[in-house]
Design a protein around this ligand. Structure first.
Ligand SMILES: C[S@@+](CC[C@H](N)C(=O)[O-])C[C@H]1O[C@@H](n2cnc3c(N)ncnc32)[C@H](O)[C@@H]1O
Length: 476
């Protein structure tokens, strides 16, 4: 080892040690707030908990949390919340629909068009379907009208979705799109939604976090990867009729209200803002909400715009629009460039400062920058992503404090992460930032059974368990 290398290594160790010391101090500081909650299973905090829930299971949005989780925090945690609830990262609207069915009005903000479309289709299916509309859906299930349709409506692809379906499937999708144009707008929305629900199952791809994985039958292979077999690729007709049947059956069952709050009566209290919460939060009224229930993207390089590329292309987004969307999302990929937060809202200086002055974060930034300069990071965009994530989250937290009523709570599901051998305690860091922005940290509820690291991380640094938590903050 050269003297230069040895100097670099000992500086790395020193910076890592500083992170470890500050991390231990902050953990100690929140000792009284940490508790392991037996109610919070991995199933409850994830989409798994919605698997057999009518309507929630129509579209498999793996990043969603579950209805029982929302119901627990809004109704059982400390009594029933009755005032309007906000979810600034609404996804497919789990908070919105679960709150609404408990008689709580709900507002959501969502940037990704697939989430917006799912919420829209679901609201429509719950509120506006007439018996004629249901009969039309029944006709689609039994008669396959697309097979007789002469008109073919092509759909756009973007570079990363080219050749995603067998040729025969492409032609059938085009005829299906042609046939749906003959229906009224409501039916079109439901038919288009059903199509979005099955895209992955009829394609050569599998959603895989940072990328779409391609089945070997597609003829595509990422260099250096093993041939991948995703199993059965469903024929279009079977997949679409099964999905339409499921949707129709759930709509019909919901028509007989079994609950105290019939869906049709409460659904009108859901409001969706389409766009980035960084842009929309500052426009919301101060002290308007009785709770925030949310789960932001995790700081884990997960790229929603790539994972949902098939759906975004089917919704007509171009390559440039998808790239722009990636930049607008909360920074959690290495491609995210720094956002000009003060341009979005000139009043955010104290929020940005709250993140930049957080001591543990400063030590993490120093370590990551050092590792980048020493060529030890597997991607040089990691420090910028981590910095962007915490600055943007500080702004979201500051805005949530502003829009909440005094004493109202914010519940947040989030994961800790790990880069270059250092665990980043997202839970204690964000809680510390929240504390300086007007929240009291009541609890950091740990989900039992800790999550591992990426295989790359485990190979290099050994397995260090990462916490998954629900933070409970109360506005002072
Ligand atoms: C973990 S998911 C939330 C899932 C949601 N809890 C549910 O049950 O469906 C995070 C969501 O934040 C959205 N998102 C990312 N950046 C955003 C932004 N700047 N503004 C609004 N939503 C954003 C993503 O598209 C994603 O749907």
């Amino acid at each position: 080892m050269t003297p230069e290398n040895s100097k670099t290594q000992s500086r790395s160790a020193e910076l890592r040690e500083q992170v470890a010391v500050l991390d231990a101090e902050l953990t100690e500081d929140f000792k009284a707030q940490f508790s392991v909650s037996p109610f919070l299973s991995r199933k409850i905090v994830s989409f798994q908990g919605n698997k057999d829930k009518p309507a929630y299971s129509w579209y498999k949005y793996k990043e969603a949390f579950s209805v029982p989780l929302v119901e627990y925090f809004l109704s059982s945690y400390d009594g029933q919340i009755s005032e309007k609830v906000l979810d600034p990262f609404a996804g497919i609207g789990t908070t919105l629909f679960a709150a609404s069915s408990q008689g709580i009005p709900a507002d959501g903000i969502e940037l990704l068009p697939i989430g917006q479309e799912i919420i829209h289709a679901r609201l429509l299916s719950e509120r506006e379907m007439s018996s004629d509309d249901l009969a039309t859906l029944e006709h689609w299930i039994t008669s396959f009208p697309w097979n007789e349709c002469r008109e073919r409506v092509p759909f756009s692809t973007i570079r990363i979705t080219e050749n995603a379906y067998p040729q025969e499937t492409v032609e059938t999708i085009e005829r299906y799109r042609g046939a749906l144009h003959e229906e009224n707008e409501k039916i079109q929305t439901i038919l288009q939604f059903a199509l979005l629900c099955i895209l992955e199952s009829i394609s050569y791809t599998r959603k895989d976090g940072q990328y779409l994985r391609w089945d070997a039958r597609s003829g595509k292979r990422r260099p250096g990867t093993k041939a991948f077999d995703k199993g059965e690729i469903l024929p279009f007709d079977a997949a679409i009729t099964a999905k339409l049947k499921e949707i129709l059956s759930d709509i019909r069952n919901a028509e007989t209200p079994l609950t105290l709050f019939p869906v049709k009566q409460t659904a009108k209290d859901i409001r969706l803002f389409k766009g980035s919460c960084l842009e929309i939060l500052p426009t919301l009224e101060t002290a308007a909400y009785g709770a925030v229930m949310t789960s932001p993207p995790y700081c884990n390089r997960y790229d929603y715009t790539r994972t949902y590329a098939l759906e975004l292309a089917m919704l007509g987004l171009t390559h440039t629009e998808v790239s722009d969307l990636r930049q607008e999302m909360l920074s959690c990929t290495v491609e995210n460039r720094e956002k000009d937060l003060l341009k979005i809202c000139p009043q955010w200086n104290p929020f940005i400062e709250a993140a930049s002055q957080q001591k543990l974060l400063q030590a993490i930034y120093a370590y990551l920058e050092h590792e980048k300069a020493s060529g030890n990071l597997n991607n040089s965009g990691i420090p910028r992503m981590v910095r962007g994530y915490f600055s943007e989250m500080a702004c979201v937290i500051g805005e949530c404090a502003r829009v909440l009523k005094p004493n109202a709570r914010l519940f947040m599901v989030n994961d800790n992460v790990r880069y270059a051998g250092v665990s980043i305690s997202v839970d204690t860091i964000l809680s510390d930032v929240a504390r300086s922005l007007g929240f009291e940290v009541e609890k950091i509820l740990v989900v039992p059974g800790k999550k591992g690291n990426s295989s790359q991380q485990m190979g290099t640094y050994g397995r260090v368990p990462l916490r998954k938590c629900v933070y409970v903050w109360r506005k002072r």
